[in-house]
Design a binder for this molecule. Structure first.
Ligand SMILES: [Mn+2]
Length: 355
């Protein structure tokens, strides 16, 4: 998709969603992916302010599918954001699903969403919710969902309160990894948020002062010590590890240390969660949304559901798969989709740890 055509599609999406909001009645519900990060949080908060601003008689409630992550909790508290959860006295008349690409990411809310018309505002690669959506504002080339909500705000003429503007800056900073993934449009939007009263410095401070807990340090060190290394043909490196928690931190270290693709496998109750990361250089050489495609392939093949972005994705599969079967499926993906042969470099201990 060229940038020109995606701008046009987004304008159309903005217009349709604003028309919908202007005609809303009853109770609008907003939901987003489980363990919501600041991008999901800010998108929801921005959208909620917009709906309330345009339709004072509409009730807006948040339906978090499984709560917020640590960074989001900090943003909510520091900016004093109002998260109005459900009173359950009335049914939702319309749903807005933000920053989410599969029904699985909505956990229990997925069943409810099925029965009610919904709009999708999202930027993930391969979105499975679009098929049944009433309306959508969707652009996988947009680095954050918050930017799509900012576009709605800019287009609507409504000016949200300062704390919401600042929250949207945190959403953008978070998903662009402090502008490393920014496009020129990202800067336009952050500039608009600042001109309207958003506090960039505060947003930045809120996200950067991260303390690493002892359990996270141990998880990272364990994850690294168990890692198995594989060659993808001759030039690329695949790293696989098995951890109990803090997958993203372990994977970040692996990619920073030179892995082109890194996978963390974690047993969760009756499920296995596979989290994937791919380096920028590998994605551009492959010309494919590698992490998202791999996770969606694993989901389809092993009976789960997965998705995400080209550089970061996840999939949940049933717990009855052994590490060896999983590795075989991973090998098939690289061979079939990318024409890359997976061969061991140093297999590490991840397989024993995963049993
Ligand atoms: Mn996002």
């Amino acid at each position: 998709m060229s940038l020109g055509s995606s701008v046009q599609a987004r304008l159309k999406g903005c217009k349709a969603i604003l028309d919908k909001i202007r005609g809303l009645k009853g109770k609008a519900c907003i939901t987003f992916h489980q363990n919501a990060d600041p991008d999901a949080l800010a998108s929801a908060v921005g959208l909620s302010a917009l709906i309330k601003g345009l339709r004072t008689n509409v009730t807006v409630v948040f339906k978090p599918s499984e709560g917020f992550d640590v960074a989001s909790k900090k943003v909510i508290q520091a900016l004093n954001l109002e998260i109005s959860t459900d009173d359950r006295t009335r049914e939702c008349t319309y749903y807005f699903i933000v920053d989410t690409s599969t029904p699985t990411q909505l956990a229990d809310i997925a069943r409810e969403v099925e029965k009610i018309p919904y709009a999708v505002i999202d930027h993930h690669e391969l979105n499975e919710l679009l098929k049944k959506a009433d309306l959508s504002l969707y652009d996988p080339s947009c680095p954050s969902a918050s930017e799509l909500v900012v576009e709605l705000l800019m287009y609507s003429g409504f000016r949200p309160p300062r704390n919401v503007l600042t929250a949207l800056i945190t959403g953008i900073l978070y998903d662009t990894k402090f502008f490393r993934l920014a496009t020129y449009e990202t800067f336009d939007k952050v500039s608009w948020l600042m001109r309207m009263g958003g506090d960039y410095l505060f947003a930045q401070k809120l996200l950067s002062g991260r303390e690493v807990t002892r359990s996270e340090k141990i998880a990272v060190l364990k994850g690294l010590s168990r890692t198995g290394l594989y060659k993808l043909n001759k030039e690329w490196i695949l790293a696989i590890t098995c951890v109990g928690a803090h997958e993203s931190s372990v994977l970040k270290e692996l990619i920073d240390s030179g892995a082109d693709v890194a996978l963390a496998i974690a047993h969760r109750k009756d499920k296995i969660r596979v989290t994937a990361r791919a380096s920028r250089s590998f994605i551009s050489a492959a010309r494919k949304p590698v992490a998202a495609e791999l996770c969606s392939y694993l989901g389809k093949t092993l009976g789960g559901a997965g998705g995400g972005h080209s550089g970061a994705a996840g999939v949940t599969i049933p717990a009855n798969y052994r590490a060896e079967e999983l590795l075989k499926t991973i090998k098939t993906y690289f061979q079939r989709f990318l024409g890359l042969k997976v061969s061991p470099l140093e297999i590490g201990r991840w397989m024993e740890e995963c049993e």
